[in-house]
Ligand binder design. Structure first.
Ligand code: PRP
Length: 214
């Protein structure tokens, strides 16, 4: 059996749908339950329901053979895991955003040592360094858009999907940092020890994705 760390919610539904299409029955995931480990003996998969930011950790330590996580979270975590498949869903864009009223249209307009609130401190730090901009990165765990509203920060680095949260909080994007989609990742040891099962799953998922994109 392969264990796979996933996070709950809409993205899990998308992954479950993809698995079904790839021939891995996982209707067990649709049952309302508070269980954190759910097995599908038919599919030969054991699902570990984790917080998104923790998925790379479970996989790095081998507590899960595989994981499904956004590229943004994966890059931020900087864990030693193998990235196997771009699952193509959960698409979002990480941006630098500022208050509409700030009169700033480009990152180069940001003042020296501007305070930047973010859930992605490593990515943000690297981004500003690459652009030769000195910024004071303020790590937060969520509701990042609050930062500029209450005067904690001058800008944010955050992901947008529909763009609604930025607009409703009076912010506008001024620069794209990266695009992100969900990825299938593997523990490097599991990848060798369970090569047959992992390749079969990765190939089946890729088969569905290729068919969908034709
Ligand atoms: C994410 C992100 C934005 C929002 C963007 O937050 O941090 O706040 O979604 O989505 P939108 O462009 O469709 O409006 P999440 O829902 O993960 O909650 P959080 O702010 O507590 O991290």
């Amino acid at each position: 059996m392969l264990s796979i760390a996933v996070s709950k919610g809409r993205l899990l539904d998308a992954f479950a749908e993809l698995l079904e299409e790839a021939g891995y029955p996982c209707s067990v995931l649709q049952k309302a339950t508070r269980k954190l480990v759910i097995s599908s003996s038919e599919a030969g998969l054991e699902f570990i329901l984790a917080k998104p930011a923790d998925v790379p950790t479970y996989v790095e330590y081998g507590a899960a053979d595989l994981g499904v996580v956004g590229k943004d979270t994966l890059l931020e975590a900087g864990k030693r895991v193998a990235e196997l498949v771009d699952l193509m869903y959960g698409r979002c864009v990480m941006v630098v955003a500022v208050p509409e009223a700030a009169g700033i249209d480009a990152v180069t307009d940001l003042h020296f040592n501007s305070r930047v609130a973010t859930k992605y401190p490593s990515i943000a730090q690297a981004f500003f360094q690459q652009h030769g901009i000195q910024a004071d990165i303020i790590p937060l765990h969520g509701s990042i858009e609050l930062g500029p509203i209450i005067g904690l920060a001058d800008a944010v680095v955050d992901i947008t999907e529909t763009g609604r949260t930025l607009v409703e909080n009076g912010l506008k994007p001024i620069c794209e940092v990266m695009e992100s989609t969900s990825r299938l990742i593997a523990n490097p040891v599991s990848y060798k020890m369970k090569a047959v099962e992992i390749h079969a799953l990765a190939d089946a998922l890729e088969g569905v994705l290729n068919r969908e994109n034709c």
